[in-house]
Design a protein around this ligand. Structure first.
Ligand SMILES: NC(=O)c1ccc[n+]([C@@H]2O[C@H](COP(=O)([O-])OP(=O)(O)OC[C@H]3O[C@@H](n4cnc5c(N)ncnc54)[C@H](OP(=O)(O)O)[C@@H]3O)[C@@H](O)[C@H]2O)c1
Length: 251
């Protein structure tokens, strides 16, 4: 399997979920040390083979070239795109930094969508495969303090759904995962309360279970699915006020 974001907390937990006899794991991320550690943990947990690849998804063309190389060598049956950058507007700033908005767009949407597209075509030719894209419940809400994060994940969500419909007749499954809060170091860096936060291990187990069932969309924990409906039906002026009120102090 291919796992991007394997050096992260959710990614590490996902890698261990897949580490069993017969499994070959291609672990992608940037931090080479953390990738080696997680590869060693996967081998100790029983994975038959691991490979690590340290690369920056900000370079989409290089990432596509790496995918073509790795999938050509050992065709992937499952790919989980768990990489992602979270960011919110800096305290005192009116809007997010333009450079960071561009970076989030590429890392959270452009590169995973491009990689999933390339892989979907290759899996369709083999008439078998499963692509799992880790989005966010933030995709359902126009968060004024995290415009680029919410938008990049919204783009990914729409992409996942469109790709799923596109390739399903060719034997390729696509699952979108929209987590609420996951209690990771990255999430803890973002100020503000994190209601209903779940651990990376719990999130990983739920994701793997949903993927095994071939679910089109997993929202976890479930109250975030309810919030999505509420966001849709609220009158706009009220929704705008509520979303503004959600901004962490000083943002
Ligand atoms: N934590 C939450 O509350 C939460 C909620 C909803 C959705 N999610 C999503 O879940 C996923 C994992 O989140 P996490 O909390 O586990 O965060 P994390 O620990 O920071 O993991 C993020 C992963 O993405 C990789 N990554 C970031 N920028 C990259 C880049 N430019 N090129 C290549 N890889 C890059 C990181 O690699 P390096 O560390 O090696 O740089 C790391 O492996 C993300 O997609 C996130 O948006 C998280």
């Amino acid at each position: 399997m291919l796992l991007t974001g394997a050096s992260g907390e959710l990614g590490g937990a996902l890698a261990l979920e897949f580490a069993r006899e017969g499994a070959f794991l291609s672990l992608w991320g940037r931090d080479a040390t953390r990738l080696s550690l997680i590869a060693a943990a996967c081998s100790a947990a029983g994975a038959t083979g691991t490979q690590v690849r340290s690369l920056d998804l900000a370079d989409t063309d290089a990432a596509i070239a790496a995918l073509v190389l790795d999938d050509g060598a050992t065709p992937f049956d499952v790919a989980m795109f768990a990489s992602g950058l979270g960011d919110i507007r800096a305290a005192g700033d009116l809007v997010e930094s333009a450079t960071q908005v561009a970076r989030l767009g590429v890392v959270n949407f452009v590169s995973p969508a491009a990689l999933a597209t390339e892989l979907a075509a290759r899996m369709a030719a083999r008439r078998h495969g499963h692509i799992v894209l880790i989005g966010s419940a933030a995709a359902f809400h126009a968060l004024p303090f995290a415009t680029a994060y919410a938008a990049s994940k919204a783009g990914l969500a729409r992409f996942a759904e469109a790709l799923r419909i596109n390739v399903a007749p060719h034997g390729v499954k696509v699952t979108l995962v929209s987590p609420g809060f996951i209690d990771t170091a990255a999430a803890r860096q973002v100020p503000g309360p994190k209601p209903l936060a779940i651990s990376a291990d719990v999130a990983a187990a739920r994701i793997v279970r949903a993927a095994a069932r071939g679910k089109a969309h997993l929202v976890t924990p479930w109250p975030f699915a309810l919030l999505r409906v509420v966001d849709r039906i609220l009158p706009r002026p009220l929704r705008d006020r509520l979303l503004r009120a959600l901004s962490p102090p000083g943002r």
